[in-house]
Each structure stands twice: as structure tokens, then as C-alpha cells.
Design a protein around this ligand. Sequence first.
Ligand SMILES: [Fe+2]
Ligand SMILES: [Fe+2]
Length: 193
Amino acid sequence: MVLKEAVEQEITRELSPKRLQHTRSTCQVCLSLAERFSLDAEAAWTASMWHDSSREWDIRRLTRYVQVHQLEITSLERRVPMLLHAPAAAFRLSQDLGCSSTEVYQAVRWHTTGHTSMGSLGYALYVADFLEPGRTHITGRDRERILSLDSLEAMMLEIYALQFAYFSGKDIEPEPESLRLYHKLSIRGDQDT
Ligand SMILES: [Fe+2]
Ligand SMILES: [Fe+2]
């Protein structure tokens, strides 16, 4: 079976209609970002359609899966096991569906927190996942403002700024990997100007 068919079949089997709707909507935004920023459309489709494929597994199944396959996880993922749907999905994509693309793997792997190794496709997925039209945690004005920025890096910075402000209101420390990426993108932004 070709990868595209396998992805469609698996997510239709695994996901509730609501999550499937989020997935398809994320995919639409991700594809439009891919076109705008000259990224590979097939990779964008696969990463976005697959990113939440393990999101409806229960905590026990996720925890067991990462243990059995000895997947490296972050301290935040250890504390909040629901986040393990990202490493589980990335591993399943290469292991079970035979997808050999490193950029798709990294994009799916880090779609929850972000990571310095996630690359442009990872940014596109992260942005799309955060602001697809079905998301209610973001206002239409913020969505438009972020999408009007002229690079994926600038969009990532803006989303992190919103998230860090939200975390600080709740006294939550951001994930160190997110902070590392934020600083990396900030430095690059300074150099561009
Ligand atoms: Fe997710
Ligand atoms: Fe998602």
C-alpha cells in the first residue's frame, strides 16, 4: 500500500470525527504554508495528516509504547504523558508505514513543544496545528496577524510569545526545548534585520 493510502486508512481508523476534522484542517493550513514557503507538498501532507495519529491512545498505551521501543523522551513528556503521542506517532510512521523522510519524522516528533532540530516543515506543521480555523484558543485577529508575517520563523516566535505569556499567567515553566528554539529563532531574526 502506498504511504498516502496507509496514512488515510490509519487515521480514519484511529481518530474520532472531531480530531479527524482538526487533522484535515491542520493539513489544509500546512499545505498552504508549504506552497507559500516552497516546502515539499507531499512531506507537508504526510506530516500534518499523521501528526495526531496516536493522540487518542490512552496514557498506558503511550507509556508502554515508548518504553517498548526505547524512544527518547523529554522531562516534560515524562511528566505529561499525553505529549507522548508525538514521539509515538513519529516512530510509527517510520516503523509501521515505512516513511523514511527525516524531515517528516522531525516535524511529527516535535509538533507539540518545538525543537531546534524540527526544520521548516516542522515550523509549518507547528503553526498550522496552532492556528487552524477550528482552534478556539486563538482569536481571528491573532490568526490573521500571525499568518500575515513574512516567514515561518517569525510565526513561530509569535506563537511562542503567546504561549509563554499564557504559561507565565499559570506559573508554568516552558519546556527547555521550546526556549532553546525560541532563542535560536530570536537570534536569527536579529541578524536578518
Ligand atoms: Fe498533537
Ligand atoms: Fe494537532
